[in-house]
Design a binder for this molecule. Structure first.
Ligand SMILES: C[S@@+](CC[C@H](N)C(=O)[O-])C[C@H]1O[C@@H](n2cnc3c(N)ncnc32)[C@H](O)[C@@H]1O
Length: 259
């Protein structure tokens, strides 16, 4: 594990405890299924950008019938966890996990049928370059289907949002829906669609904050330490505020490369 890893071992353990084994984002298998609704995954070659610790790559292959999943991520602890998860699921022959450097995708043009991503593009500041790269590596007719954490407006975040982003300390580069929409269209995608998931996550996050700060807090503290949990409660408190105001607005994003 490198000292610079943002998703280090304790963070991975805590997030998986909250969000489900192998998940570093909320919603589990159900939310993944909603992101993929109507996307032809069966038999497809799928790229999972920011695969994290791998539950989604496994779900793509095992539950959604992807023919092959290539999961990419930028840090070793999550790549190692994802490889182990694929192996344990008996899917190592259909899931390849590759550590990559941020930037251009290391794949030939027209390699994938589906490019998927769950709550990882937030870490990629250049949304335009990412959309262009996703378009390039898709086969004609291929689909981009993602979930990501957006901010409701362009420009500077409010003081409340800036405080939340600072508390997360995860290099968040949040952009607004209009920028994603323009980036997708400029890349060449058609049928571009953005769906605001604020209403859903606002409720889920309030429940998560209750889990962390309510009667169960002592159990979390026993596992992760008082200071760590105090930090998470502060982060979740700030997050629920900006979810309530609507400034933090997770979205589903999709588009199709013309056939
Ligand atoms: C919030 S986690 C989500 C992981 C997984 N998609 C999930 O939902 O469980 C974000 C992931 O994006 C990865 N990441 C950060 N920058 C990246 C980049 N430039 N390319 C690919 N992955 C990146 C992080 O290392 C982390 O594993």
């Amino acid at each position: 594990m490198a000292e610079s890893d943002l998703y280090d071992t304790p963070t991975i353990a805590f997030l998986e405890d909250l969000w489900g084994e192998g998940y570093l984002s909320p919603g589990g298998a159900e939310e993944v299924a909603r992101v993929l609704s109507g996307v032809p995954v069966a038999g497809a070659h799928v790229l999972d950008i920011g695969c994290g610790s791998g539950a989604i790559a496994v779900a793509l292959a095992r539950d959604h019938g992807a023919g092959h999943v290539t999961g990419i991520d930028v840090e070793d602890p999550v790549c190692d966890a994802a490889r182990a998860r694929a192996e344990a699921a008996g899917l190592a022959n259909r899931i390849a996990v590759q550590k990559v450097a941020p930037g251009p995708l290391p794949f030939d043009d027209a390699t994938f049928d589906v490019v998927f991503s769950k709550d990882s593009i937030i870490h990629i500041p250049d949304k335009e370059a990412l959309a262009a790269e996703a378009f390039r590596v898709l086969k004609p007719g291929g689909m981009f289907a993602a979930s990501d954490w957006l901010m409701s407006h362009a420009g500077e975040p409010s003081p409340e949002m800036a405080r939340y982003i600072e508390l997360e300390a995860l290099d968040f580069a949040m952009a607004d829906p209009a920028r994603y929409d323009a980036a997708m269209r400029a890349a060449g995608f058609e049928d571009v669609e953005l769906v605001n998931r604020n209403g859903w996550y606002r409720e889920v996050a309030a429940d998560e904050l209750e889990q962390l700060s309510g009667p169960g807090r002592a159990e979390w503290e026993a596992k992760y330490g008082r200071d760590f949990i105090a930090g998470q409660v502060a982060t979740w408190t700030a997050m629920t505020g900006v979810l309530e105001s609507g400034e933090h607005c997770p979205h589903h994003i999709r588009g199709r490369k013309p056939g």
